[in-house]
Write a protein that binds this ligand. Structure first.
Ligand code: XIL
Length: 454
C-alpha cells in the first residue's frame, strides 16, 4: 500500500517548481479522505514530497506540487506503463553488464568492493526488496537504509505501542550480511501518525506534551537499535528552499507541525535526545535540494548555530534526488542542480567539521520544468541507449565529485536497488522512471559502468 502512495513534494518540486506545497496525493481512493498531514496516509503524502504522483505524472500540473490527485488523474491510464516496470524487458538486455562502459577485464567485481577504500555504498530497502533483491544487495552494497520502516508512523502507529518487526527484519538481514545500517528518520513533517499532534479531543497537542512525545519516541527507537544502527537521520527536511525554516504556515503535507507547535528548538532537542539514547551513533541532519545556494546557506547557518550551542550534530545528509539534466527554467529549483553547486554544499558543511553523506541518490529521466503526459512517460522502449548513456554520464560526474571529497563523505546510499522497485515509479498516473544503476531484470546499466569505471 504505501508503496503505491508516493508522496512527493520533493518530486513535484523536482519536476516542476515547488512553490506551493502540497499535499497529498495518492493513489486511489484509498486515501482519499485523509487529510492532513499526519495521517498515515498522509504521510505518504506529504513529505518531501508529495505529489509525485500527480506531479509526476503529470504535467506540470500543479506547478506546485500538487497533489496527486490532480496530476494523477490526468495521467491515469497513462503510463501504459504500469506494468512495464515489472515485466522486464528491454532494459537489461543491451545495456547490461557486459561492458558497456568500455572497461576491460580489470573491472571491479562489485560496487561496494570498488568503493571499499572510499566510502560504504548503501541502498534503501523495503520490507520485500531486501529479500527479492537479496542477490544484488549482497553483491554490490554494504549498507542499507529502511525506506519507510523506521519512520514515526511505522514504529509508533499508536501511542506508546512500538512495532519493530518490519524494521528488525531488515536490520537482522543487514547484520547477518555484515552491512551497515543507517536509521531514517526520527523527526520529519511527513509520515507521522494522526495521534502525534492531537490532544485527543479534537485540538492540537500542547507544546510540553509534544516535546515529551518526541523525546519518548527518539529514546525508545534509538535505544532499540543501539549497536546495530550506526547513523541516524535525526531531523529530516526542516529547511525550505529559500533558507528559512519549514514552518506550520504551509499546506498540509508540506507544513511542519513540529515547528508550528514547538518552534525551531525541536531540532536541537531531537539531536540531544538521540545522543543521550546512543552516544555512539552518528547523528545527521538530512535534506534535499542542497544544490540551491539559498537553501545550502540556510542549512549551514542552522547547523553552525546548533554546533555553537554544543548540540550533538555529526553530519549532513544530502538526499540527492537528481535528474538527468538540470531544469532550463530559471525559476525552477532544479535550475541549480549541477555538480558545482553540490560541491559548494559539501564545502560549506564540511567546513563545520561535519561528515557528509549522500543519503538518497537516484537520477530521474524526467527534466524538471518540462511537461510530461502519458504519451511522453518513459517506458522500457523509450529508455533508449542514448538516454542510458546520458544518465550514465550524469552519474559519472556526480561520482567524480563524491570521490574528490572522499575525506569528508562517509557514505553514499541509493534510494532503491534496481529500476523495478523505485519510489519514482509509484505514481497513480502510471508514470515510470528508471533512476538506479540496475535495470528491471537486475542487470547493470551503463550507469553502473560509469560509477565503477574509474
Ligand atoms: C519516500 C519513500 O521512498 C516512499 O515509499 C514513501 O511513500 C514516501 O517517502 N525523502 C525522504 C524519504 O527523506 O523518506 C522519502 O521516501 C523520499 C524523499
Amino acid at each position: 500500500m504505501r508503496k503505491n502512495l508516493i508522496s512527493i513534494g520533493l518530486l513535484s518540486c523536482l519536476l516542476w517548481s515547488c512553490t506551493s506545497p502540497t499535499s497529498t496525493p495518492d493513489d486511489d481512493a484509498a486515501t482519499g479522505a485523509t487529510t492532513t498531514s499526519s495521517t498515515a496516509s498522509t504521510a505518504q503524502t506529504s513529505g518531501t514530497s508529495a505529489s509525485a504522483g500527480g506531479g509526476a505524472g503529470g504535467s506540470n500540473a500543479g506547478g506546485s506540487g500538487s497533489t496527486s490527485a490532480g496530476g494523477g488523474e490526468t495521467n491515469e491510464g497513462g503510463g501504459g506503463g504500469t506494468d512495464s516496470a515489472t515485466s522486464g524487458g528491454t532494459g537489461g538486455a543491451g545495456t547490461g553488464g557486459a561492458g558497456t562502459g568500455g572497461m576491460p577485464d580489470e573491472g571491479p567485481k562489485n560496487l561496494a568492493e570498488k568503493y571499499a577504500s572510499l566510502f560504504p555504498i548503501g541502498a534503501a530497502v523495503d520490507s520485500q526488496s531486501y529479500m527479492t533483491h537479496a542477490a544484488l544487495l549482497k553483491t554490490h552494497f554494504n549498507s542499507v537504509t529502511a525506506e519507510n520502516e523506521m519512520k514515526f508512523e511505522s514504529l509508533q502507529r499508536n501511542e506508546n505501542s512500538f512495532t519493530y518487526d518490519a524494521a528488525d527484519r531488515i536490520v537482522n538481514f543487514a547484520v547477518t550480511n555484515k552491512m551497515k545500517v543507517r536509521g531514517h528518520a526520527l523527526v520529519w513533517h511527513s509520515q507521522n501518525p494522526a495521534w502525534l499532534f492531537s490532544n485527543g479531543s479534537g485540538g492540537t497537542v500542547s507544546k510540553q506534551t509534544l516535546l515529551t512525545r518526541m523525546k519518548n519516541h527518539i529514546s525508545n527507537v534509538v535505544r532499540h537499535f543501539r549497536g546495530k544502527v550506526y547513523a541516524w537521520d535525526v531531523v529530516n527536511e526542516a529547511m525550505m528552499e529559500d533558507g528559512s525554516y519549514r514552518t506550520g504556515n504551509l499546506a498540509d503535507g508540506q507544513k511542519s507541525r513540529w515547528h508550528e507547535i514547538l518552534g525551531e528548538s525541536y531540532i536541537a532537542e531531537a539531536f540531544k535526545a538521540a545522543h543521550e539514547a546512543d552516544p555512539d551513533a552518528k547523528l545527521f541532519y538530512n535534506d534535499f535540494y542542497n544544490y540551491i545556494p539559498a537553501k545550502q546557506q540556510g542549512i549551514y547557518n542552522m547547523l553552525k548555530g546548533l554546533l555553537d550551542q554544543g548540540v550533538p550534530v555529526h553530519g549532513v545528509g544530502l538526499q540527492a534526488h537528481l535528474n538527468i539534466e538540470p531544469s532550463a527554467v530559471t525559476t525552477n529549483q532544479a535550475y541549480h542542480q549541477n555538480v558545482a553547486n553540490m560541491e559548494e554544499a559539501i564545502e560549506l558543511y564540511s567546513s563545520l567539521g561535519l561528515d557528509v553523506q549522500v543519503t538518497e541518490l537516484d537520477i530521474s529521466l524526467y527534466i524538471p520544468g518540462v511537461t510530461y503526459n502519458q504519451s511522453t512517460f518513459y517506458t522500457t522502449a523509450t529508455f533508449t541507449d542514448a538516454l542510458k548513456a546520458k544518465q550514465a554520464a550524469r552519474y559519472r560526474e556526480f561520482f567524480e565529485l563524491f570521490r574528490k571529497y572522499k575525506s569528508v563523505i562517509t557514505g553514499v546510499t541509493f534510494w532503491g536497488i534496481a529500476d523495478d522497485n523505485t519510489w519514482l515509479s509509484e505514481f497513480s498516473s502510471g508514470r515510470k522512471d528508471f533512476p538506479l544503476l540496475f535495470d528491471l531484470n537486475h542487470n547493470p546499466k551503463p550507469a553502473y559502468d560509469a560509477v565503477v569505471g574509474f
